[in-house]
Design a protein around this ligand. Sequence first.
Ligand code: G3P
Length: 420
Amino acid sequence: KTTITWWHAMGGELGKKLDQIVADYNKSQDKYQVVATYKGSYPQTMTAAIAAFRAKKQPDIVQVFEVGTGTMMAAKGAVYPVYKLMKDMGEPFDPNGFLKAVVGYYTDSQGNMLSMPFNSSTPIMYYNKDAFKKAGLDPNKPPKTWGELVADSKQIMKSGAAKCGFTSGWISWIQAENFSAWHNQPIGTEENGFGGLGARLEFGKDKALVKHWANLAEWQKEGIFKYGGPVGGNDAPPMFYSGDCAIYMNSSASRAGVLANTKGKFEVGYGMLPYYADVKGAPQNTIIGGATLWVLRGHDKAHYKGVASFLSYLSSAKVQADWSQFSGYLPITQAAYKLGQEQGFYAKNPGSDVGIKEITLNPPTANSKGLRFGNYVQVRDIIDTQFQKMLAGNETAQQALDNVDTDGNKLIKQFQQANQ
Ligand SMILES: O=P(O)(O)OC[C@H](O)CO
């Protein structure tokens, strides 16, 4: 048997499910043995793969989060583009079968799919229905606007139904990148980087975002918002699971964890991300998150045959429908979505299609296709650092976001120079 190695970043409930999918694939045929290894967080997994490539010890497949896309696209010698792999290996492959909102993010300017979508998400809002009830709010009416969310939070706190109004995972992804797309505002030039490597960040020019960050700092002081530090919201989940915060924004794929950790404690409701009613164009559409699978060069043909077969298996309607229904990741193909509808999954599980509704709410504009900048993984660190400085009262929202632009653009410029 040929061993195919896959490095990934799926921990907890998601990791267990991934192992089961791999075991099923291994049982389904006798030529290849896929060995999946958990390498830590998304940034850790990506860093490990880059280091391994330099040492010629790279895995066949690595899972890279969406913001690593710009960097991976530029690493031409290291990456075996998926469209080419499938063609070279004679593996049937139809890029048109994938959801447009997903595939656009991973396609080059010639329309070629470079990596294989596996786990695509978008941020949504979770809320504690029991706390809403206790506070005298309608548990079937999640707040739609930030104004409603703050009013609900105050009522929840005043009534003692929960200690805090809301928390959020992934500040950079949810309270900056998605916030801007949802309000149809740019975060950078040249269609947020889709237009080319010369694009630069302009977070500080998004007045809606500046106002939002200033509000978050204010709401933190009042206890309405609790920052899930230490890094960008990593510790937000337990604040929701424990019932401390009644509302929680995180990936649609946080659902598996939410369901497992709130079972028997309280009922969970789902809603779209809130928006500011006075920002013209909001709500627009949310953008993608999660990760895709990149195939790395440097292995022999037998490996790539196995990789192609495994990628086909992972994107089959049956596997994708099961994975997305379990996790909350979006069904990445039309067939997987259709299968879920035929199975009655979305009807039986109200709220499970909130992410699909958000990401397809309106046809994407130049501001809401996503983002594509080199070195953006490091830019995310800058966003987190600046956000914390603002929360600590050391900077205003405007200063923090201007600093993101100044420091981030240095990294983006370096990337551009190295890849010209
Ligand atoms: O938690 P995930 O897998 O949906 O990923 C969230 C963000 O997109 C990561 O950049």
